[in-house]
Every structure is written in C-alpha cells, then in structure tokens.
Design a protein around this ligand. Structure first.
Ligand code: HEM
Length: 419
C-alpha cells in the first residue's frame, strides 16, 4: 500500500505559499513515495516532507524497501517507543537491516538482555558520572576554542564540533589523549564516508585499536572503564571479545557524530540569527533552552526502525506481525499538536524538553546527559567570547546519510574580534 495524503487539512492561501517555498514538488513526491535513502532527501526538502506527512493520514505506508509504516506524530512515536513488547528493536533499527552484521549492543536488543547491556553504558554515562567529568569538559572546550581562534582552519565542524565529542568519548573510555589522533581519523572517515566500504574498513581499524587497549588492560588493569569492562562479571561470565568490541563501537559510533552534528546545526542557527547570539550572551539562564530547541529543530538522528511483533493498530491503522515502521523524530519534533508555533526557535518554550531527539522509553539515549552537557558547556564558553560570524557558505549533508543522519557539514566561521 502506498502512502497517500488522504486527510490533508484545509489549505489556505498562506499554506499554499508556504508549501511552494518549502520544498515544492520534490517534497510532494517524497511525501508520497517516502524513502529515507532517496538522494533527493536533503535539508532543503526534509521539513517540507515532514509537514506534508504530519498533515496527512496519521500512520501512512510507503512501498520503498519492501514497505514500511511512517510514524510522524509525537504521541504515536511515544506510544511505539514505550511499548517494546509490541514494537521490537531486535530485528534492527536501520532499514534495510544490515545482513550479516551482529546486532548492535544495546540498541538492537529487547527486554532483559537489553537492560543488562544498557547497564554497562550507564557505568560511565549516568548523570553523576557526567557531572564528575564536567571540569574536564570545560577545560577541553576552552582548549578546542583557543586552538580554533588561533588556527587558520575556519571550519567550525572539523575544528570544534567534532573535536569535543571525539575527545570526550576517548576520555570516558580511558583511551587517553594518545588515542585521539586515531579516533579522529576514524571520525573523519565516518563523517565523510558514512555507510560505504571505507567506513567498514575504518570500523575494522577501530576494532584493532580497541583490541590493543583491551589486551593491555587484561595484562595490567588500570582505574578506567576499559579495565572495568574486561574484569566485569556479566551474569556469571566475563564479556566475550566480540561483545567488548561491539560495545566500544557503539560508544564511538553513537557518541560523536550525533553530538557533532547537533553542535554544528545549532551554532549554524545562531550565526544566521544574530539576535539569538545576543540573547544567549546576555542571559545565561536561557542557555538550557537553546540546547533543547537546537535538539528539537535540528535533530541529528532522523530515523529509527521497529518491527511489529503481534497484529495491532496504531492510531487506527492496522499493522501486521513482522511489519516494519520508522520513527521520524524530525517530524515528531515539529508536530503542531505537541509544540505551539512549532517551526519557531524559542528558548523560552516551556515543553521544549519533550522533544524526541533522544527517543524515549527503554532505548532513550543513554548518552543524552553527556550530549546535553557538551552542548551546554560549549554555548556557555561561546557566550563569554566575541560573537561568531560566517565567513563563507555553510553546507548541510547532501542527503539523509545512511538514511538516518542530517546536520551541518561545513561551517566557515571566525570570532569577530571587533566586539
Ligand atoms: C546529540 C547527541 C545525541 C543524539 C541526538 C542521540 C540520539 C539517540 C536516539 C534517538 C536514540 C534512541 C534510539 C531508539 O529509540 O531506538 C539513542 C540511543 C543511544 N545513544 Fe544516543 N544520541 C546522542 C548522543 C549519544 C552519546 C554522546 C552517546 C554515548 C557516548 C550515545 C549512545 C547511545 C546508545 C548506546 C544508545 C542506545 C540506548 C539503548 O538502546 O538503550 N548517544 N541516541
């Protein structure tokens, strides 16, 4: 069954003008034949596609990639995410699921096994742990910004947005500054070649780096997370080597591109809206609101899939066992039923934290506290420096990378020392 916009609400002249401005006919096509891997699904059309889907039938279906259902409304995404029994993650959260790849820990597990694996991440990502590394994050942020201010490279993405989360993840794992070069080389490949054979090669290199460190910790345990992992009693047994590598991959893969894209997209919005920079600088209490609105309007992760485990309905749409569905976070975050004046960046929005950029429920992003801390600390540091200004043309990712990621990819900036 094709996705049909059967229930489009009354169209006014203003809506019509908005429609033409926002993505035009390409957005019309993509809203009817939605395909998260379509090369035309770029930042220009994405939000036009979402507004059409939100105005259409609540749970539409597309025929792309053997067919799947589209969950766009905030309440429906919440219902799916909070019911892991009806909507499983174990068949893969990407679509098509990668054949021959081991399921990712913890995100592609359900129930008790998922809970046990998730605890391993909370060891270092719980709120008290993140509070404990805030002094490190502040110092790191100042060092990264100093280097950017003094350096010749004007790309804020490469020099700042990527540096902070890559280094933070290395620090958390206990890899230390010496591994940063390798982690950054790996980050560059993931950022530039997401989903390609080059990325699979880079994953192998990451495994090799992780193996060396794990062997070192087995021979000589230290006071760090990798040593904890190799010594751990996991339900009466040690973690196997492939589980350990899987966990480290998840940390690195989930932990930096997401946060880097969030930082880049939010800072891009600030430099193109100078009045917001002024507000942020004059009112430090509003900074948390800036972080949440950035995550709501520019989520880096746009899609996660689930599989229906039993015949059911969602918003009156029948779903069969085995059907796949996609959670479209970028649409849910702009759902007018949930967020008044949803398209406006409003740091004073009372319910901004209800955005779904981190998901919700059992799989709620286990790195959310860390990501929020990294972004907030960066904004606080920027508020104390001269304003940033654009010195060239920024670029977004050309399309939804791996059918999932969107964000600013190149952001030429400098601090305006005249202020
Ligand atoms: C702005 C930054 C981030 C965004 C927007 C983000 C987004 C998400 C989303 C949407 C999910 C939910 C997936 C689902 O329900 O299927 C998730 C899960 C996850 N995230 Fe994040 N993430 C971010 C940062 C991080 C960081 C910094 C880490 C770790 C260092 C991390 C590690 C994970 C892990 C391990 C999961 C799986 C949790 C589970 O299945 O229980 N994320 N993330």
């Amino acid at each position: 069954m094709r996705n049909r916009l059967t229930q489009v609400r009354g169209t006014t002249l203003k809506d019509k003008a908005d429609t033409e401005i926002r993505g035009g006919t390409e957005a019309d096509r993509l809203a009817v034949d939605f395909d998260h891997h379509d090369a035309a699904l770029n930042n220009e059309v994405l939000n036009g596609v979402y507004s059409r889907l939100l105005a259409g039938c609540p749970v539409a279906k597309t025929s792309a990639h053997n067919g799947f259902a589209l969950v766009t409304r905030h309440a429906d995404v919440v219902e799916v995410e909070k019911d892991g029994k009806r909507f499983s993650s174990a068949e893969g959260v990407m679509h098509p699921a990668h054949a021959g790849r081991a399921p990712s820990i913890p995100i592609e597990f359900d129930g008790a096994v998922h809970t046990a694996y998730r605890k391993l991440f909370l060891e270092v990502l719980s709120a008290p742990r993140v509070r404990g590394i805030e002094p490190y994050l502040r110092d790191l942020t100042e060092r990264v910004l100093d280097a950017f201010a003094e350096g010749a490279d004007i790309d804020f993405v490469e020099r700042v947005a990527v540096q902070i989360p890559v280094r933070a993840v290395g620090h958390l794992l206990g890899l230390g500054e010496s591994a940063n070069e390798q982690l950054q080389a790996f980050a560059r490949v993931v950022l530039e070649h997401a989903g390609t054979p080059a990325m699979i090669e880079a994953m192998k290199e990451l495994d090799a780096l992780a193996k060396t460190h794990l062997d070192e910790r087995r021979a000589q345990p230290r006071d760090d997370y990798l040593s904890t992992l190799v010594q751990l009693d996991f339900d009466g047994r040690p973690l196997a080597e492939d589980e350990l590598l899987n966990i480290i991959r998840s940390f690195v893969f989930a932990g930096f591109e997401t946060t880097a894209r969030s930082i880049a997209s939010l800072v891009h919005h600030l430099v193109t809206h100078p009045e917001l920079q002024t507000r942020m600088r004059s009112d430090s209490a509003s900074i948390e609101g800036f972080v949440e609105e950035g995550l709501r309007l520019f989520p880096p992760v746009h899609t996660m899939f689930r599989t229906v485990t039993t015949p059911t309905t969602l918003h009156d749409t029948p779903l069969e066992e085995g059907e796949r569905l996609v959670l479209l976070y970028g649409a849910a975050n702009r759902d007018p039923e949930q967020f008044a004046d949803a398209e406006t960046f409003n740091p004073d929005r009372a319910n901004a934290r209800q955005h779904l950029a981190f998901g919700i429920g059992a799989h709620y992003c286990v790195g959310a506290t860390l990501a929020r801390a990294e972004i907030r600390i960066l904004l606080e540091a920027l508020a104390a420096r001269p304003p940033l200004e654009l010195v060239g043309a920024p670029r977004h990712l050309p399309r939804l990378m791996m059918g999932q990621m969107m964000g600013v990819d190149y952001l030429p900036l400098r601090f305006n020392g005249d202020h």
